[in-house]
Design a protein around this ligand. Sequence first.
Ligand SMILES: [Zn+2]
Length: 400
Amino acid sequence: MGLADNGAVIEMKTELRTDLTIEDICAGFEFDEAENKGLFGWDGKLTIQPEYQRNYIYADAKMEAAVVESIFSGYPIGLLYFNKIAEDKYEVLDGQQRITSLGRYILGKFAVKAFKPKYFHSLEDAEREKFLKTRLTIYICEGEPEEIKAWFRTINIAGLPLNAQEISNAIYSGSFVTAAKAEFSNSQNSNLQVWQDYIKGNVQRQEILQTALSWVAKSSERDDIDKYMSRHRCDKNIDELKNYFDGVIDWIEKTFSETRDEMRGLEWGRLYETYHENKYDTAALDAEVKKLYADEAVTDKRGIFEYVLGGCKDAKLLHIRFFEESTKKTVHARQTEAAKKIGKSNCPLCAIGSDRNSTKIYKYNEMDADHVTAWSKGGETDIKNCQMLCKTHNRAKGNF
Ligand SMILES: [Zn+2]
């Protein structure tokens, strides 16, 4: 029993099995050499690596051996989680790597070196028997996707926890996820290099897929991505997902001729939705980007792309460098001294007004610095272009 996202109490069937042994679970173990992943176990009843799982990542032989050594040393290898999908049909929710390590050991794929360098087949009979008869601790759950999701988030999974996309792949497994993974979670995909110019993340941890889904779902909220996955769960193809994704990538490539490090991980899905119908002169856009890259006042280069797409209006995106504290203090002192001499406010905008603030002398901390000539009109961030305004006037001016 647990709490769903909406707070409702959920009742999902979970069963703790402690009777199953390594021999049971590794019976009929099949391993895909080419893809380096475990496929089936438990006499075919168990899908070890459902399409949604992360790739087998114990490429590190040490990790793989550690699983086997734990068994020989009598240490627990942690809980395994299976999802019951039909009568006598299970999928590994968590523990796929551990099971694959055990299966590969039995198949003689590696030896355990740390103590007695032994392959499975060279074990003494008693050792082999002890290994095979070791009982595993397995939680089997059965329930609706929402329930499993809520439950999944609360269990403390041994080893590397699944991330949000991996969990969703598990929950919405089916033909759509299979096809989507083949495209977006495939480290052999030759397009990957281009994609990674714009997208951050680990392909094996499903992070490229997550981005692709967030684009077509037009939201990076987990719930919206999950709704999309749920709607398309039984689709035989991923045409919509792929076409949309390719459309975004094409658009970026056509719009910006140069790729730059700061482009990686931008919210391209949102930018595409907002700006792709505008017509751009790409040569002019490139020139503008170059100029902004060279401008030291632009402290956030990542903001440049949306800034130019939006017609160079929203300078907030660029986090324009601000005046130094010493500059502001100097200017404040200078303005205050001059203002006192003529009996006017030290805020130049208050001084030209007619209300009682026109003679008010503001303390340093009651004022903010302002670019006399806006940065966007070529004004520099140096003392010659700095004036102090009272906070009210500075806010009202509010431009760069
Ligand atoms: Zn003022």
